[in-house]
Each structure stands twice: as C-alpha cells, then as structure tokens.
Design a protein around this ligand. Structure first.
Ligand SMILES: NC(=O)c1ccc[n+]([C@@H]2O[C@H](COP(=O)([O-])OP(=O)(O)OC[C@H]3O[C@@H](n4cnc5c(N)ncnc54)[C@H](OP(=O)(O)O)[C@@H]3O)[C@@H](O)[C@H]2O)c1
Length: 289
C-alpha cells in the first residue's frame, strides 16, 4: 500500500496499467476521491474522461477530457455517457464515484431529500453501471468500479439513506461479479473508510420538517462531532487511489476495503466473530448515543 503520490508515481512508472487499460470514465472527477483516481490514472498513462456538474470545476490537464454530467437526471446522464463512450472508442475502466452525504433524522427530514440521494447515488449510478457493463461485455474487456463505502457494513447514525445506498450498491457489485464470471470484465466493489475530502463540507444537513426533541438535537450534535472528526483526521485521498491502482493491476473482481487500518482491516475482521448486536452497541458507544 502506498501513501504518497511520489511513492505511487515511482511504482507507476514501471507499471503495466496503461497496457491493460487505455481509457477511463470517472464520475465526480472534480475533487476528492474522484480527483485522486483521475490523477492516478493519468499518471499511469490512461486517458480519462471525468465529470463535474459545473464547467468551472472541471480539471484542466493533459490526457483529461472534461464532461458535464448531473446524476440527478438518469436519462440525460446515460445519453452523455454513451456519447463520450463512442468518442473514446469504449471505456476500459468506469468508476462510478460521484456522491454526497445527507445528515438528518430519518423520520423528520422531508422525503424529497432522501429521494434525491437514492436517485443520484443508487438508481442512476446503477443505470450508468448497466450501460457501462453493456459496452464492456460487448468488447469482452474492462473494469467497472462502483465506489461504495465502509458504511455498507458499519452504518453511521443519522445517515440512514446513505448507509442503505452503499449497502445496496455493494450488493449490486457482488451480484454483478457472478454475472461477469467467465468474461473479460471485472467488477470492483470499492469500500473506502473515512478519507479527508470535500465530502464532510458538502454533507447536506436539511432543516427538519418537524421540531425535534431537545434530546434528539443533542444526540445528533454528538454524532455529527464524531463523524466530522473522523473525516477531518482521515488519510489523504491518494491512499485510496493507490489501493484502486493495485486492484486494477490485479485484474480480478472483488471487494476492496481501503482507509485507516482500523476501518479497513481490523473492524471488518473483528465483526466476523462478534454478533451484529455487539457491533451495534460498539457503534452506539462511539457515536455517543
Ligand atoms: N471521503 C470519504 O471518506 C468517503 C468514504 C466512503 C465513501 N466515499 C464515497 O466516495 C465518493 C466520492 O466522495 P468524496 O469524499 O470524494 O466527496 P467530494 O470530495 O464531496 O466529491 C464528490 C464528487 O461527486 C460529485 N457530485 C456530487 N453530486 C453530484 C451529482 N448530483 N451529479 C454528479 N456529480 C455529483 C461532485 O462533483 P461537482 O464538482 O459537480 O460538485 C464531486 O466531484 C462518494 O460516492 C462517497 O460516498 C467517500
């Protein structure tokens, strides 16, 4: 595992990544993990088509093609994807990375907030996965990477929909691994722990539709403080890019956990031996519930 771009670049200069993968498509390439994946692929000599919603946020660098894409509209997103896929002559790597957090009491948050999150991060991400997979299967090559989260296994309080989206996305990834077996296509179920990106700053904290009890408000404040601390002290996104690089190079389908040792190795290992009730109690204690 490499934790810096210089170490990564050294490793990449002698890497065969670009001989295996020529083109890549990355959603949410403007910042955070998507930007780190993009930098990693470009450094390895892969041509990248990367998306942002606003032209001013599109990176400008050699080998990079900016694409404007809003995942809230599935039909339009599919159209954009097909257009650039044709332009690229097919994508060898597709990374469905774009997403955002929403923090709120499930019962009292307007359902439109949850609905939008499902639409962007699950429904339309699954839609892009389908269209990407068709192209890859037709060419019998490629790697589809869907960025899930450690939250698929260890859900965070007051992010109920985020947790269910990531669990759903991971289930989709694992299901697709069965379907592509025996073909030249690979599926990577990528599950980061907390990385220091713009994610925390852009988490939506909607006004609750009904007044919350003071006890709930206080509990939410404690959970938010623990969550924000985890995000702010997380490793730099280059670490996730390095782990993705290694997974792509292996050329196998599988689940990749990445991040702090505790989140990516120890907690999943210990969870195998404890009960789900114990796991929940530990989470409750950590978040001050
Ligand atoms: N950071 C972590 O600790 C962590 C941990 C586990 C999983 N993840 C997952 O990793 C992915 C990237 O997160 P990040 O931490 O890199 O967050 P980030 O720094 O906030 O970046 C989010 C990216 O998603 C794009 N995006 C947001 N809403 C979109 C929409 N409606 N349509 C199209 N693009 C949209 C943004 O593009 P614009 O430029 O258009 O805003 C931006 O490029 C997410 O799926 C997140 O759930 C992150």
């Amino acid at each position: 595992m490499w934790r810096s771009y210089s170490a990564l670049a050294d490793r990449m200069s002698s890497s065969p990544l670009s001989s295996r993968y020529r083109t890549a498509f990355v959603t949410g390439a403007s910042t955070g993990l998507g930007r780190a994946f993009t930098n990693m692929l470009l450094a390895a000599g892969v041509e990248v088509w990367g998306t942002a919603r606003d032209r001013v946020r599109v990176p400008d660098c050699a080998g990079f093609h900016g694409v404007i894409l809003e995942l809230g509209d599935g039909e339009a997103a599919e159209e954009v994807f097909l257009k650039v896929e044709k332009e690229a002559g097919g994508f060898d790597v597709v990374i469905n990375n774009a997403g955002f957090g929403a923090f709120g009491d499930y019962a009292h948050t307007d359902f439109s907030v949850w609905e939008e999150q499902y639409r962007v991060m699950l429904v339309n991400t699954a839609r892009l996965s389908q269209v990407a997979l068709r192209g890859m299967l037709a060419r019998d090559r490629g790697a589809l990477v869907n960025v899930s989260s450690i939250a698929a296994e260890f859900g965070m309080p007051y992010q109920a929909v985020y947790n269910s989206i990531k669990a759903g996305l991971s289930a989709l990834n694992v299901s697709l691994m069965y379907e592509v077996k025996g073909t030249g296509v690979r599926i990577i179920d990528f599950r980061p722990g907390d990385y220091r990106t713009d994610f925390e700053g852009s988490v939506r904290r909607p006004i609750q539709a009904a007044a919350l009890l003071p006890a709930t408000t206080a509990r939410m404040a404690r959970v938010w403080a623990a969550f924000a601390e985890m995000m702010q002290t997380g490793p730099a996104p280059a670490g996730a890019a390095a782990d993705l690089y290694a997974a792509l190079l292996k050329g196998r389908s599988g689940t990749v956990r990445t991040g702090r040792f505790f989140q990516s190795v120890l907690a999943p290992f210990l969870a195998r031996f404890g009960s789900l009730a114990l796991q929940r109690r530990i989470q409750e204690k950590y978040f001050g519930l």
